[in-house]
Design a binder for this molecule. Structure first.
Ligand SMILES: Cc1ncc(C[n+]2csc(CCOP(=O)(O)OP(=O)(O)O)c2C)c(N)n1
Ligand SMILES: [Mg+2]
Length: 794
């Protein structure tokens, strides 16, 4: 053993030492789950759960990684059900306080699945929804390649994913692998935990061969870590090739059935249907050895694993995938049992394991003794893996607006394109902007930005297009990342771009565009990314039935509710271009501020921003009039807070006219204004409120309610609502989205409310046709206002 800890880490790892460490990892991972289920009185009778078998399956691989392979800048995603093994390792490395060990799945304790935002130890990638956490490191590597190309090389990181074999069933895996944007990332290594078991069943063997071909076809290096050293030695002996042939062709279901059998039964089962040559070969092997030999898999063999990792490393061009064959439940009595996914080892079996490892109730949670070789190795690795403290990010000076001058009939989608062009001219902001789209960059108005900033490609590529309207110039300076049609990939990429400060030491301002209905196609990745703490802007455009001729398959209705309800996302739906300018700049300001916030402080608003936009050009004059009336300072503040009075009917109301609020959001505002004009003609004081962010209004309302609930005091109407809904009058909500999204306003204001919106699938037609079909035309809004007035208490 070398003298200094660092010196030890440079030396080749000793497999006996690694074995001692992995036994402790196995013990701690098993006991962490056991304690969660047996040591804590939850008082509610609900099973706590946890995954001992899935953790055990990865114990050797994770020990090899953390204690013999990784360097400090490397980033790792751990399959969800191995979180106990991850926490065990972090504890041994000194990154997790001992008091957390009995707190798996407890409130304030260790999360069931690795969580960047909730776990107390350093989790690089959240996982849980299978497939997503697996693909995340690939997009983190895309982000790092982008950062290195634009801002200079960071310390080299390898991006590693530990993936359950059944995770490869998820389509998002293959969307990620086959997108050209993820090509050529030699610093990516995926390790597939081939335990041949999913939750319910044994994974058919044919799947694995097919998956390997798919990776190869996508330009990946495929490395198999299948047979351990003992089996390899047996294969090399005379007659051994027959043994190999027999195991290779054996269906997974047959192989899996060997686990848990008594020794003689293993022989009978293993040789069931075997050729004579194999029978003869095995006859020379004692019963007691045969089971161990035929289940000697490389995923539990340090030398094979480290060789496989090294092979991936040597290929600097292709991403690598190691198919590491393992045993689910390795080292535990439930090893290989088809029903072991959620099974727990018994208390007696835990006692037995504790005793086998020489631990007692007094020492069971101890770290490895620092006086032993294993303890010293762990200390050395702790030093080796210690991450340098991070500096402070540069402050990004995002302006309050780009000063967009809107023509008379501009859509919010067109305004988005122009605002981004405006920002691309701002030298303080432009370098940090990066846009992304899943094959809809031009149809979502990113062409102007792309013409100025170019498309990112690791190497310059010759352009064969002479299209003056769209210069598709590709090279390492480009600031737009184009993806194939995969909304999953868009949200995974945005998520990683939005964590670039955390994972690549470089703040970015990511802006993605997607057709709004297809936000739902990427929704789980959207949720995943914001759950991970990512900060980005996404524009869902076009949206709603105002995309009239495109028909029902392209019209979105429930996306506004998604935006409103999704935590970590601020949902914004402006109608006017200048409002969008303020709101988009404000969103980018918040993203920059969140990166720069000193540790321990909470920025005013955290997370990501979802803009729901439209291609419907609308007259901008009403906004200009509100601007003249209110002045920029007040109007901007109200626009940012979520609503402002577009038409103020206070004069008519003061003269005794019955008052009504028409609260509209987004592209339907022209109909709302027309209805207000009709109502005014009929002697009704019709205020028009443009709701720019139902989300911010709702949150303000909920904040005051919650405060009232928690302090048992009467909640007040929040300022954001009070300042625009100045009097108690009935309200009509109007939205080119599900009527439900704004229907809470009546309750918030304590007034009768009628909510109009799109509550059925759409179809092709004109905007007029569809607004009539969904009662969003001016006449319907007038009738709704009359209905709301009639609902007043006498
Ligand atoms: C998207 C999603 N669908 C379903 C589940 C429920 N689930 C959890 S684990 C699992 C099987 C995973 O099998 P595998 O990836 O092979 O993991 P291991 O065998 O290592 O436990 C399933 C279906 C989930 N977590 N996420
Ligand atoms: Mg599995």
């Amino acid at each position: 053993m070398a003298e200094t800890a660092a010196g030890v880490a440079e030396a080749a790892p000793d497999t006996d030492v690694l074995d001692t460490i992995q036994q402790r990892v196995l013990w701690l991972a098993t006991r962490i789950v056991d304690a969660a289920n047996h040591d804590r009185d939850t008082g509610d009778g609900v099973k706590v759960g946890g995954h001992q078998a899935s953790s055990a399956s990865l114990v050797t691989i994770m020990t090899a990684l953390y204690f013999a392979y990784l360097d400090a800048p490397d980033k790792v995603s751990v399959k969800p059900h191995a979180s106990p093994a991850f926490h065990a390792i972090q504890y041994l490395l000194g990154n997790l306080d001992r008091r957390y060990l009995p707190m798996l799945r407890a409130f304030g304790g260790l999360q069931s699945y690795p969580s960047r935002t909730k776990d107390p130890d350093p989790v690089d990638f959240s996982t849980g929804s299978v497939g997503l956490g697996a693909a995340a490191p690939l997009f983190a590597a895309v982000t790092r390649r982008y950062v290195d190309a634009h801002f200079g090389a960071r310390p080299h990181s390898r991006f590693v994913a530990l993936i359950g074999d059944a995770e490869l069933d998820e389509g998002n895996i293959w969307e990620a692998v086959s997108d050209p944007a993820t090509d050529g990332l030699g610093n990516v290594m995926w390790i597939v935990d081939v335990n041949r078991q999913s939750l319910d069943r044994v994974v058919p063997g044919s799947r694995i061969a097919q998956w390997e071909q798919q990776f190869t076809g996508a330009g990946w290096q495929v490395v198999e870590a299948k047979y351990g050293h003992r089996l390899q030695a047996a294969f090399a002996r005379e007659g051994g090739h027959a043994l190999r042939g027999w195991i290779d062709q054996m269906p997974n279901e047959h192989y899996q059935s060997l686990f848990g059998l008594p020794p003689q039964a293993v022989r009978d089962r293993f040789l069931d249907g075997a050729p004579d040559e194999v029978r003869r070969f095995c006859a020379a092997i004692a019963d007691a050895d045969l089971a161990g030999l035929v289940t000697d898999l490389a995923g539990h063999d340090f030398r094979s694993l480290l060789d496989a990792f090294g092979e991936c490393d040597r290929d600097k061009v292709r991403p690598g995938v190691v198919f590491a064959y393992t045993v689910k439940g390795w080292g535990l009595p439930l090893a290989g049992n088809p029903r072991n996914h959620s099974a727990l080892v018994t208390t007696a079996q835990v006692d037995e394991l504790r005793e086998r490892l020489g631990l007692t109730l007094a020492t069971e949670w101890d770290r490895l003794d620092p006086m032993t070789a294993a303890g010293q190795w762990v200390a050395a690795r702790r030093e080796h893996l210690a991450r340098a403290p991070r500096g402070h990010p540069p402050a990004l000076a995002v302006p309050d607006s780009t000063g967009l001058r809107a023509g008379r009939g501009m859509s919010t989608q067109e305004a988005l394109g122009r605002i981004l062009v405006g920002l691309s001219r701002d030298e303080a902001v432009a370098p940090f902007l990066v846009t992304a789209a899943p094959d809809v960059a031009t149809s979502t108005n990113l062409a102007g930005f792309i013409n100025r900033m170019g498309v990112f490609s690791p190497a310059a590529r010759r352009s064969w297009s002479e299209d003056a309207a769209l210069k598709w110039s590709e090279g390492p300076e480009g600031q737009h990342i184009e993806l194939g049609i995969s909304e999953m990939n868009l949200f995974l990429l945005l998520g990683q771009l939005g964590l670039s400060w955390d994972l690549s030491d470089q703040p970015l301002l990511p802006v993605g565009t997607v057709y709004d209905p297809f936000v739902l196609r990427g929704l789980d990745a959207f949720v995943y990314s914001v759950y991970s703490g990512a900060r980005f802007v996404v524009a869902g455009t076009p949206s709603g039935v105002s995309l009239a001729p495109e028909g029902g398959a392209h019209q979105s209705t429930i996306t506004a509710s998604v935006g409103l309800e999704l935590p970590g996302v601020t949902f914004i739906e402006p109608a006017y271009a200048a409002a969008l300018d303020w709101l988009l700049c404000g969103a980018l300001q918040s993203i920059a501020a969140a990166d720069a916030a000193p540790p321990g402080t909470t920025p005013a608003e955290q997370g990501s921003y979802y803009f729901r936009l439209s291609t419907r050009g609308i007259d901008q004059d009403p906004f200009a009039r509100a601007r003249d009336r209110l002045g920029d300072a007040i109007l901007r503040r109200q626009v940012l807070a979520g609503a402002y009075p577009l038409v103020d009917a206070a004069g008519a109301a003061a003269q005794g006219a019955p008052a009504v609020y028409l609260a509209g959001s987004g592209a339907v505002l022209p109909e709302v204004l027309a209805a207000a004009a009709e109502l005014t003609d009929e002697g009704i004081a019709a205020h028009v409120i443009d709701v720019t962010s139902a989300d911010r209004l709702y949150r303000a309302w909920q904040r005051t309610l919650r405060q009232g609930v928690r302090t048992a005091t009467t909640p007040s109407v929040p300022g954001a609502l009070r300042s625009v809904f100045g009097s108690r009058a009935p309200v009509v909500t109007v939205h080119d989205a599900a009527s439900h999204t704004l229907s809470w306003l009546g309750s918030a204001l304590g007034v009768p409310a009628v909510s109009l919106g799109v509550d059925a699938f759409g179809q092709s037609g004109t905007v007029g046709d569809l607004y009539r079909a969904h009662d969003l035309d001016a006449g319907s809004i007038v009738n709704a206002a009359l209905a709301a007035l009639s609902l007043r208490e006498p």
